[in-house]
Design a protein around this ligand. Structure first.
Ligand SMILES: [Cu+2]
Length: 129
């Protein structure tokens, strides 16, 4: 009986952390909807995987867009503004990139999408730990 209870607690713990593990945001960008997922929640200092699913106005997944991730931290005492950009590569349904956050604090992330002569972007803000 004790083992069964322990097993249930373990399952709940694993399910609980699994649920909170990813940071997931859906954003409108022009005619498109961007589903942005990050593997760390909150993001960490260091490498964070970010994936973007791009859907058109009909809800169809777009496979031939160009997706770029800009991430920046505004200047703060003793630190100039930091700006980085990386291309996200399409792979199996989503555009994937790695963001290397160099310090803890507030980062602005801008996901830029170019597709069929349109350019749209969505912004999110995260607090890296
Ligand atoms: Cu800083």
């Amino acid at each position: 009986m004790k083992n069964v209870v322990l097993g249930i607690v373990l399952v709940l713990l694993v399910a609980g952390t699994g649920f909170a593990k990813n940071l997931e945001v859906e954003k409108k960008a022009g005619d498109y909807t961007l589903k942005i997922t990050m593997d760390n929640n909150p993001p960490i200092v260091g490498d964070n995987n970010i994936t973007v699913e791009v859907k058109d106005s009909t809800g169809k997944s777009v496979t031939d867009a160009k997706v770029m991730i800009d991430y920046s931290m505004p200047a703060m005492p003793g630190m100039p503004a930091m700006n980085y950009k990386t291309d996200a590569k399409y792979d199996a349904g989503t555009y994937k990139a790695v963001m290397t956050l160099s310090m803890a604090g507030s980062w602005n992330i801008s996901v830029k999408v170019a597709h069929s002569h349109k350019r749209v972007k969505a912004k999110i803000n995260v607090d890296a730990k």
